[in-house]
Design a protein around this ligand. Structure first.
Ligand SMILES: Nc1ncnc2c1ncn2[C@@H]1O[C@H](COP(=O)(O)OP(=O)(O)OP(=O)(O)O)[C@@H](O)[C@H]1O
Ligand SMILES: [Mg+2]
Length: 324
């Protein structure tokens, strides 16, 4: 514990002149890592999802992705040669155990969102060929149809980066939150839908009075809470968090991350946490996968990725962590 305290404060010590900003960034990441571990050791003996090790995980992952490839069909211009497909995702394999979080990091355009959307079966077959195998709780996701696909659509949800864009501006908040229940015919009576929406909003730190207002009447952080409440409506097992804090002020980001961590602990949720920010991922995920131009270049436990990165691109991402 004393070592951790020293480590925490050592990150703020001045660096020798000429030391690269990246080294300071790495020090900051280690600070996050050690502060997180020491906090949980000191404050609670309870198992916290953010610090579970691989050895504690059950043998069969909840989500198992093998050799996933997504090639978008480009629109060909009149009289021109058909262009090559966009290989947005090319041979991605990853697994996430129940109750854990895998962080998927990489630069813009590397294919992170496409991986998430393919896992959720949100890519129309007319726009891309999706190959490989995605197994969720023993179900074959890419071939599921009918009732099995409906069940998967309930169990797997997504939280978007831009809460303003993902919430219908013309709907009252309670209707936005309760809409999935109506779509899946799990509740139909307005009273029942409204009551459930208020419960979900309160669970996400919003007052009951928010229910009758419209999305534009809230701040970015509050809108993200509404988006999270909606994602929880169908009682999912797994959520793709697609850059859920990237559009928010730094001060609000940690509140949303804390909410997601609390929900994971209380509801046993499993997350794929997409981000371009190593600092955020190091704080929230047990494992980290690094993506570059459609492929995974490295993945492993977060301590290993942060302390001993093997790929030059991972080192580049780590060196981009801002100075504290
Ligand atoms: N519907 C589509 N049709 C054609 N190409 C697409 C489509 N969606 C994504 N792409 C391409 O696939 C690649 C990966 O995009 P994706 O949105 O998955 O990246 P990302 O890592 O999530 O980026 P960002 O960090 O900016 O969100 C990009 O080259 C993108 O232009
Ligand atoms: Mg994206």
């Amino acid at each position: 514990m004393r070592g951790s305290v020293f480590y925490f404060f050592s990150a703020f010590l001045p660096l020798p002149s000429g030391e690269r900003a990246g080294v300071r960034g790495l020090r900051y990441l280690r600070l996050l890592l050690h502060a997180n571990v020491s906090y949980h050791r000191a404050v609670t003996t309870q198992t916290n999802p953010a610090n579970q090790t691989d050895t504690a995980a059950p043998p069969t992952p909840l989500l198992d992705v093998r050799d996933l490839a997504v090639h978008f069909h480009p629109r060909s211009a009149l009289f021109s040669k058909t262009p090559d497909p966009v290989r947005a995702v090319d041979g991605v394999s990853l697994a996430i155990h129940q109750g854990q979080t895998l962080g998927l990091v990489g630069e813009s355009g590397s294919g992170k969102t496409t991986v998430g959307r393919a896992i959720l079966r949100l890519i129309p077959l007319t726009s891309a060929s999706v190959t490989g195998r995605v197994t969720f709780d023993s179900a074959n996701v890419l071939t599921a149809r009918g009732d099995q696909l409906q069940k998967l659509r309930r169990e797997m949800q997504i939280i978007f980066q831009d809460p303003a864009g993902s919430l219908n501006p013309r709907m009252r908040v309670w209707k936005i939150v309760a809409e999935p229940l109506l779509v899946h015919k799990l509740a139909t009576k307005p009273d029942e839908l409204r009551t459930r929406a208020v419960q979900l909003l309160e669970r996400c730190g919003m007052p009951a009075s928010a229910a009758d207002r419209y999305p534009h009447q809230f701040s970015g952080g509050q809108r993200q809470r509404i988006g999270i409440a909606r994602a929880l409506a169908l009682d999912p097992k797994f959520i793709v968090c697609d850059e859920p804090t990237s559009a928010l002020d730094v001060s609000i980001q940690s509140q949303i991350i804390n909410l997601l961590t609390d929900l994971q602990r209380d509801l046993g949720l499993t997350y794929l946490f997409i981000s371009h920010d190593m600092a955020v991922v190091s704080h929230t995920c047990q494992r980290i996968a690094v993506m570059l131009r459609g492929k995974l270049v490295e993945q492993g436990p977060r301590e290993q990725i942060i302390e001993d990165p093997q790929h030059a691109y991972t080192r580049e991402l780590l060196s981009a962590v801002p100075t504290v």
